[in-house]
Design a protein around this ligand. Structure first.
Ligand code: PHE
Length: 339
């Protein structure tokens, strides 16, 4: 039995050392130490030995088993390390390889114009405000001096959500919200999306963008309005740009006007861009109605202000000579790549 054990030890150690991978090693373990393994089989024969032989053989058998077990563990560690090294080698990154060129996107023309307008007003000391797109009737109409039944409600084809809740048709509700939260002096612009149930065509979309402006302080006059918006026009369309104020009506401003800029292409002579007018309408404006100031918690006896609303799509169409508003929303790369 002694020779048998020694032979088994030698055979086992050799087979373990020869194992090239973990599967081969496991096969060796099963062959020698498994339930039906060769060493296990010998251990089972111990019972048949004489009482003198039994402890001697038992000890030897245990040593053999321990040696084989240790060899297996050792080999297992080696094989695992080898695997890890192989994996690491396969995963090395060649840092000298040239990178993949990322195709940069383009800023959307509406974002370009919006950013320009924001920069111009920030330069004049304005803050940027926002308001919700889902708005209460109160802010969109009521507080802006457009009570129920007012004809101005019909001119803005409103998407109603409930009787009292709607998709804002203009950014003007931001005026009220801002006045509720801020005391004069106020200088803010509020850009955002607005919604009207207009059918889509070259100059209409049910979703478009406006930039609201509001200035409230002591002694604000129409001259401040004109001065600031002339600055805007010159910065957007060039130093030789002129503006003209035409009387108009908005329920929330008094007096109200629409502001035209001289056509930057023909400089007033008339061309296809300005439909031979020489002028292009870019915004609505006026002195904030005293009732609107009151709704905003501001005393109209002490303060006055002006407000304006710019259409971003309109600005962008003239700025980039785009004749169809739908191009802004189609996401056609042939169009967008030009900016
Ligand atoms: N809210 C108006 C519109 O959508 C524009 C406007 C804003 C006019 C502020 C005057 C003052 O037509």
């Amino acid at each position: 039995m002694k020779e048998q054990l020694e032979a088994l030890r030698a055979a086992a150690l050799k087979e373990i050392a020869d194992s090239d991978d973990l599967a081969a090693l496991e096969a060796a373990r099963v062959r020698f130490l498994g339930k039906k393994g060769e060493i296990t089989a010998i251990l089972k024969q111990m019972g048949g030995l004489s009482p003198e032989e039994r402890p001697v053989m038992g000890q030897l058998a245990n040593t053999v088993r321990a040696a084989v077990e240790e060899a297996i563990e050792e080999e297992q560690r080696k094989l695992k390390d080898k695997l890890k090294d192989l994996k690491l080698a396969a995963e090395t990154v060649d840092v000298t390889m040239p990178g993949k060129k990322a195709a940069p996107g383009h800023r959307h023309p509406l974002s370009i114009v919006l950013d320009e307008v924001k920069d111009i007003f920030i330069g004049m000391g304005f803050s940027i405000a926002t308001g919700p797109e889902i708005e209460w009737d109160y802010y969109n109409f009521e507080a802006l001096n457009i009570p129920e039944g007012h004809p101005a409600r019909d001119t803005q084809d409103t998407f109603y959500i409930t009787e009292k809740m709607l998709l804002r048709t203009q950014t003007s509700p931001c005026q009220i919200r801002y006045m509720e939260g801020h005391k004069p002096p106020i200088r803010m612009i509020a850009p955002g999306r607005v919604f009207r149930s207009d059918p889509v065509d070259a100059t209409h979309s049910p979703l478009f963008h406006q930039i609201e402006g509001l200035v409230v302080d002591k002694d604000i006059t129409m001259a401040d309005l004109k001065g600031n918006l002339l600055t805007l026009a010159k910065k957007l369309y060039g130093e030789d740009t002129e503006i003209r104020l035409r009387p108009h009506h908005f329920p929330f401003t008094e007096p109200s006007c629409e502001i035209d800029v001289s056509c930057f292409r023909c400089h007033g002579k008339g061309c296809s861009m300005c439909k031979n007018e020489g002028w292009i309408e870019i915004l609505g404006a006026g002195m904030v109605h005293p009732k609107v100031l009151e709704r905003g918690g501001i005393d109209p006896e002490v303060y006055s202000g002006y407000a304006f609303g710019l259409g971003v799509e309109r600005l962008a169409m003239f700025r980039f000579a785009v004749d169809d508003m739908r191009l802004f929303y189609d996401n056609d790369l042939r169009f967008l790549n030009q900016f």
